[in-house]
Design a protein around this ligand. Structure first.
Ligand SMILES: NC(=O)c1ccc[n+]([C@@H]2O[C@H](COP(=O)([O-])OP(=O)(O)OC[C@H]3O[C@@H](n4cnc5c(N)ncnc54)[C@H](O)[C@@H]3O)[C@@H](O)[C@H]2O)c1
Length: 397
């Protein structure tokens, strides 16, 4: 840090990288106390035009194409790593060795081996803040559900979660890093990683998974002509590659609390753009949340048995986490979206760097490794025709 200013850089300016660029921009406008001054130092992307475009739009001082340029750059204290999963380890280890604080996207790595090494690297640099981007923990309705479960609803019996997307429904979506890697590195790792994390965030640690099955519907994809990012369509070349991983993944889980879980993940669910949802059934009530209507959740609680019991829809507002001070107009009914969550995450990470005791800290790398441990167990269950696979204890619980 130069004086009290925190210099920020983002590596990878594709779909999620832009959310990080914007999140750091928004962070100083949110909550109290004020953050130290933020210096918007650099955006780096292997594609020069993508880097320049993001740096210009989000007001970062410079754009670059080689993340190594950040290592000796004294104006950069905090770096978000927002590139393909298999690139995370090398970049994160180098940044930590160079003294940077590192916020890395989920899944933390492409393998348990890489994630384990990253946890060790973080432990070797205890003075630097590290975190995994499990941004949906900061969804106000999700955070409210966590409070409800802890304070009112009692022991959970069943978590039923789904994350259905349609980004891979069309065979015309070009080949990308998302379709490479073995079974379980597809929909399970890309979006199931969020759902797995949320289930343990709400229900505590899992002890085993089982009944896993994968399906791949679109078995080959053509390379794009030129560069794309995210899930964008593009002109396709004649170069076709096999899809190596799962379009659909389902499995069950047992939790240490005695609860059970059922999980369903798809990237080929037509018409469902980004549809994460869960029902959590507990001793004294249940909660239902669906990201298609992100500011609402349904609560069934305090049943009298008089014939008028039923779930009611609650609008997330200033009485719930993250809303008061977390929106420019933090009034009931003003709503919020996924972009706001990246602002909360950036704010939380910068608070940790600045030593401010404020928002819940960003999930440590250990939680990213834990997530991959569950994913690996699901992969082994699927390989063994749905056999039950025991999980090690969750180091964070
Ligand atoms: N938290 C979330 O909700 C969320 C959402 C989407 C993606 N992600 C995660 O973010 C990461 C990136 O995903 P994405 O969808 O933004 O990918 P993307 O393909 O849209 O963008 C990746 C960018 O990285 C750039 N790049 C590739 N190699 C590079 C290198 N060596 N140095 C610098 N830049 C390089 C590419 O040019 C591209 O612009 C993944 O880990 C993904 O799982 C998280």
């Amino acid at each position: 840090m130069t004086s009290s200013t925190i210099g920020v850089a983002v590596i990878g300016a594709g779909m999620a990288g832009r959310a990080h660029c914007a999140g750091y921009r928004t962070a100083p406008t949110l909550f109290d106390p004020p953050l130290p001054p933020i210096r918007y130092a650099a955006v780096v992307d292997a594609n020069a035009s993508v880097a320049t475009d993001a740096a210009t739009r989000y007001g970062y001082e410079r754009a670059g194409t080689d993340w190594r340029e950040l290592l000796d750059d004294d104006t950069v204290d905090v770096v978000s790593v927002v590139v393909a999963n298999h690139l995370h380890r090398q970049i994160v280890e180098s940044l930590l060795a160079a003294g940077k604080h590192v916020l890395c996207e989920k899944p933390l790595a492409a393998s348990i081996e890489d994630a384990t090494a990253m946890v060790a690297a973080a432990a070797a640099h205890p003075g630097q803040v590290t975190g995994t981007g499990f941004v949906y923990r900061r969804q106000p309705a999700v955070a409210a559900t966590k409070e409800l479960l802890a304070e009112r609803l009692g022991n959970v019996s069943h978590f039923n979660g789904r994350y259905w997307c349609d980004y891979a429904s069309s065979p015309l979506t070009p080949m990308s890093w998302r379709y490479q890697g073995g079974p379980g590195t597809g929909a399970l790792s890309d979006i199931g990683s969020h759902l797995i994390d949320l289930s343990e965030f709400l229900c505590g640690p899992m002890t085993s998974v089982g009944g896993a099955a994968f399906a791949t519907l679109v078995t080959e994809r053509a390379e794009a002509v030129g560069t794309t990012y995210g899930h964008a369509r593009a002109e396709l070349s004649d170069v076709v590659h096999p899809v190596q991983n799962d379009d659909v993944a389902t499995f069950t889980a047992s939790f240490a609390s005695g609860a059970v879980g059922t999980f369903s993940v798809s990237r080929v669910a037509p018409g469902l753009a980004n549809s994460m949802a869960f029902d959590v059934m507990a001793q004294r009530g249940s909660v239902r949340w669906d990201m298609d209507r992100p500011a609402e959740f349904s609560l069934l609680a305090d049943m009298s048995g008089d014939g008028y019991d039923g779930s009611r829809t609650i609008l997330a507002g200033p009485a719930h986490p993250y809303i008061r001070g977390g929106l420019p107009m933090d009034f009931p009914g003003c709503s919020f979206g996924v972009g706001d969550l990246f602002g909360y995450q950036a704010r939380a990470f910068l608070e940790q760097v600045a030593g401010i005791d404020g928002l819940p800290p960003v999930a440590p790398f250990a939680d990213g490794l834990r997530d991959l441990t569950v994913i690996d167990a699901v992969i082994r269950s699927a390989a063994a025709r749905g056999a039950t696979v025991a999980l090690p204890a969750h180091p964070g619980h």
